[in-house]
Write a protein that binds this ligand. Structure first.
Ligand SMILES: [Zn+2]
Length: 581
């Protein structure tokens, strides 16, 4: 029996290796050379270099066009069905026609911008709905400086679907999911190709998201296999709709036909010291400080706790799983939860109803649109501005964090060459409480009123005022102004921390701080309602430092709950948490 198991494992390994070696290639050699950083930036230099952050930000805000986005969606819908298994030979119908149109659009944009944008396909083999060879389509805007070869990926999936995952005959215009993200990526390629960024930017449209994130998986495998460094991945999926459906995936929207055209959600993995959350905070900060003062319609940028909506996923996940910093933009309101197998499903997602709008009186002219082109344009600008700032950003510093009575003390230890630094301090939510700037010194004191725990990260600022992405996070228990921590805040070897965020919608992070290594057999977090009934139990590993689990409480289950840390059967500490959704 044991031999059979060994044989089985051996066969699995061989199968896995065979899978790892499946065909997966970039079709344009010049695009590959640029992604590898093996090129002369002068060959792609613009005659007029525009790289000033404020000029680019204002330009993006004025040039991203709701009408152009609308026009892209009209063309995308004309392909009738963009299922990854649909026609690849027709020039007017199916996924093949759609991806060829995107390729030619990238080529046109390149022609209009001194041939600086390089279109390509990524061809890869995997069986999807009876087709074995598939193509992601992308375009590469070469960076002006190859000292740091890391690239930025702006992406969305281009494929669509109906109820049946392999129905290639149905009408699957996929306008919200994900014509909206596709139009956003093409529009950013158009607008950003005029500017010059230090880092290479990749505009990527994937296939087979609907069949299991396969196009993004193929691209992530490709960059990983070639050792291409990736600074950030920004996925855009369901990003133009504003109307809440009968259903929506939790965290859900307010209810049928509720409209929200001024909020966008940023989903990313992890809590403490998550670079994915750090990227989401950066996107929000760039919006608040650069765009918010100049836009006509202000937006709320919400940093969500989980990596995606409950039970859902997207193209950022395969990138994150391979160790790249990645996040997802999604509309505040969604028309559907994609639960097409339930007989009563009447919403738009993953059905023929995901169309651009409705011609109510049958005169051939749309009377109402499901995608709000102005909202889509606002999200396009938020994404492009953040990606652009990362594209010209300085090096990410490192730091030490200590505390003196009433102060946090931050000292920059790596990349000490800049004049200005920023310090992000957070305590109770996914976002910073404040972001401070300090000048002309490598050490800064930040006054804090009380003791308690503060989470800190830092960024460099260059001479044009552009921030780097923020560093890793560190946590400290601050000394209050009198220098004496009350008993409740005195460091203990094992501390159960207050969950973040609290109150929570439905997902929250629970952390245990271990100040010096312990030996134990078994540790878990037990969650009970106020009547003492256990509603959940999750194992937690207790290593030196911060240990975290993410707890998904579920939608529509508001109330106060008690969470308790158990080590080897003994209750160590309990705290309260509140769910409001
Ligand atoms: Zn989607």
């Amino acid at each position: 029996m044991k031999r059979f198991i060994h044989l089985f494992i051996f066969i699995c390994l061989v199968a896995f290796q065979a899978e790892a070696q499946l065909y997966n290639n970039c079709t344009t050699p010049a695009a590959e050379q640029v992604m590898l950083g093996m090129y002369d930036p002068a060959s792609y230099a613009a005659t007029t270099v525009i790289n000033d952050p404020n000029t680019m930000c204002a330009g993006l805000n004025s040039r991203v066009s709701p009408d152009t986005l609308h026009a892209y969606l009209d063309i995308l819908k004309s392909f009738h069905n963009r299922n990854s298994g649909s026609d690849t030979s027709s020039t007017v119908r199916g996924f093949g026609a759609a991806r060829n149109w995107v390729f030619s659009r990238f080529q046109d944009i390149s022609t209009q911008n001194e041939n600086r944008l390089i279109p390509s396909f990524l061809e890869f083999d995997t069986g999807i709905c009876s087709i074995n060879r598939h193509k992601d389509v992308f375009a590469v805007l070469p960076g002006t400086d190859t000292t740091d070869k890391s690239v930025i990926i702006i992406e969305g999936h281009m494929d669509s679907r109906c109820t049946d995952l392999c129905d290639t005959a149905c009408v699957a215009q996929g306008m919200e999911d994900n014509g909206s993200g596709t139009a956003l990526v093409i529009e950013l390629a158009r607008v950003m190709s005029k500017y010059s960024y230090n880092h290479t930017i990749i505009f990527l449209l994937t296939t087979a998201e609907e069949q299991g994130l396969l196009g993004a998986q193929a691209f992530a495998s490709y960059v990983n296999r070639h050792g291409i460094k990736v600074k950030a991945v920004m996925n855009n999926d369901v990003i133009g709709g504003v109307i809440c459906g009968h259903t929506s995936s939790p965290p859900s929207c307010p209810g049928y036909e509720a409209i929200d055209s001024t909020q966008v959600r940023l989903f990313s993995n992890g809590g403490f010291n998550s670079f994915h959350k750090g990227l989401s905070r950066y996107i929000k900060l760039e919006y608040k400080e650069m765009l918010r003062p100049i836009v006509s319609v202000p937006m709320t940028v919400s940093i969500m706790t989980p990596e995606d909506r409950t039970g859902r996923g997207g193209d950022h996940i395969p990138f994150r799983a391979m160790g790249y910093t990645a996040m997802r933009f999604t509309s505040a309101n969604e028309a559907g939860n994609a639960d097409v197998s339930s007989g009563s499903y009447i919403d738009r997602q993953h059905t023929s109803s995901d169309s651009i709008g409705v011609d109510i009186n049958g005169d051939g002219v749309m009377d109402t649109f499901f995608v709000d082109f102005n909202y889509l344009a606002r999200n396009t600008v938020i994404n492009g501005n953040a990606a652009g700032m990362i594209g010209i950003s300085p090096q990410v510093p490192d730091f030490t964090l200590t505390t003196t009575p009433g102060n946090l003390v931050i000292t920059i230890t790596q990349h000490t060459e800049y004049l200005n630094y920023r310090v992000g301090v957070r305590s109770t939510t996914n976002d910073w409480d404040s972001v401070y700037t300090f000048t002309g010194s490598l050490t800064d004191n930040i006054q804090v009123d009380t003791g308690g725990k503060y989470i800190v990260s830092v960024a460099s600022v260059d001479d044009k005022g552009v921030e780097s992405l923020f560093s890793r996070e560190q946590m400290v228990t601050a000394l209050p102004t009198n220098g004496i921590a009350p008993l409740s805040q005195q460091p203990r070897n094992i501390e159960l921390l207050q969950n973040k965020p609290n109150p929570a919608d439905e997902v929250t992070n629970i952390s245990v701080l271990v100040n010096s290594a312990i030996s134990y057999k078994d540790a878990y977090i037990s969650i009970r309602d106020l009547a003492g009934k256990e509603v959940s139990r999750s194992k937690i590993e207790l290593n030196n430092g911060v240990n975290e689990i993410q707890y998904d409480h579920g939608y529509n289950m508001s109330g106060t709950f008690i969470y308790t840390l158990f080590i080897d059967g003994k209750a160590i500490e309990s705290r309260r948490m509140v769910f409001t959704n």
